[in-house]
Write a protein that binds this ligand. Structure first.
Ligand SMILES: NC(=O)c1ccc[n+]([C@@H]2O[C@H](COP(=O)([O-])OP(=O)(O)OC[C@H]3O[C@@H](n4cnc5c(N)ncnc54)[C@H](OP(=O)(O)O)[C@@H]3O)[C@@H](O)[C@H]2O)c1
Length: 301
């Protein structure tokens, strides 16, 4: 039986991974039966702090996992900017702890990364062979994490995603829904473009790639590119909220929020490696959002 360690299991992606393994399917389709039959060991910072190298090593020696999926990270982009040393520990050194343990115990490791490894200066979707050049502390620490994982463990998968939202945890969709319920308008940046991505869809593709012998970097986002303001407008419309989305520029936003991290202007990803290997089944972002809002309504209704 395949044994899977999930770190950061209480986060958005960690939750969706557990959900689709438990249910044997994701929203976009059934998962490989090896996963439904797998033994899953979910951990978060209270049970396995991945910054503790000795604890990680011991846990993996005892657990003898086949696959380690690292969903743990410091994802607060503005927080990383003011605490880059902490972000480096969690996003770079801690994944290396897991990768070293994976290498020592014969496991594969899946490290989840971000579109923010790219500067976003060139308005075309980035493929996996494009050169990263992050412009934020979050992006720098996540890129360091990718490199340290790749150095420490031969059997590594780096899955870069973007603008993630899931049913559990904090994300842009839930924030907009909360604001839409209490405000008649919100002001949202309209000159940063990217790919909103459902954590449920991402979890499906992670398991699909992890069932193969593939390794290296994969981009994995829902299809299509939009601005944060377009995304917000789609959320308000899909959730039936009567809240106007006013559009602003990044410069206007920065003037009002001087401590905010710089974010790439165009960080859209092209799922080229997926398409060339296991197949790119990621839905258009609007379809994934509709499905998310419909399910959320059923869960909470
Ligand atoms: N969210 C996005 O928009 C986005 C975009 C691109 C890429 N990604 C990447 O996708 C992956 C999953 O993101 P997500 O949104 O699911 O993250 P998330 O919801 O923020 O969850 C991360 C989880 O990791 C835990 N964690 C933090 N430090 C830890 C430690 N030292 N040891 C063990 N667990 C720890 C967190 O616990 P606490 O909550 O207690 O800190 C949380 O439960 C991450 O690699 C992230 O960088 C996310």
């Amino acid at each position: 039986m395949t044994k899977v360690l999930i770190t950061g299991c209480n986060g958005q992606l960690g939750n969706e991974l557990q959900r689709i393994i438990r249910e044997g399917r994701a929203e976009i389709g059934p998962i490989d039966p090896i996963w439904s039959a797998a033994e899953v060991v979910p951990t978060d910072v209270d049970t396995l702090d991945i910054t503790d190298a000795d604890a990680v090593s011991r846990f993996c020696e005892e657990g003898r996992f086949d696959v380690i999926v690292n969903c743990a990270a410091m994802t607060n982009v503005d927080g990383c900017e003011v605490m880059e040393d902490v972000a480096h520990k969690v996003n770079a050194l801690a994944p290396r702890n897991l990768a070293r343990a994976a290498q020592a115990t014969g496991a594969r490791i899946v490290q989840v990364s971000t579109d923010y490894v790219f500067p976003g200066t060139d308005p075309r979707p980035r493929v996996e062979t494009d050169e990263p050049a992050p412009i934020s502390a979050y992006g720098r620490t996540k890129l360091d994490g990718e490199r340290l994982v790749a150095e420490a463990c031969e059997r590594h998968l780096i899955m870069r995603t973007a603008w993630l939202y899931g049913y559990v945890g904090h994300n842009f969709v839930r924030t907009m829904m909360g604001l839409g319920e209490t405000h008649d308008h919100v002001t949202v940046v309209d000159d940063q473009m990217g790919n909103p991505t459902s954590a449920n869809d991402l979890a499906y593709e992670i398991l699909k790639v992890a069932a193969t012998d593939g390794y290296g970097i994969y981009h994995c986002t829902n299809e299509g590119t939009c601005s944060w303001a377009d995304f917000a407008a789609a959320i308000m419309e899909g959730a039936g909220l009567d809240c106007e989305v006013c559009r602003c520029t990044s410069d206007e936003y920065a003037a009002a929020h001087p401590d905010a991290a710089h974010r790439p202007a165009f960080s859209s990803l092209d799922n080229a490696h997926l398409a060339a290997t296991v197949g790119d089944e990621m839905r258009p972002w609007h379809d994934a959002l509709d499905s998310f809002l419909g399910n959320l309504n059923k869960m909470e209704g």
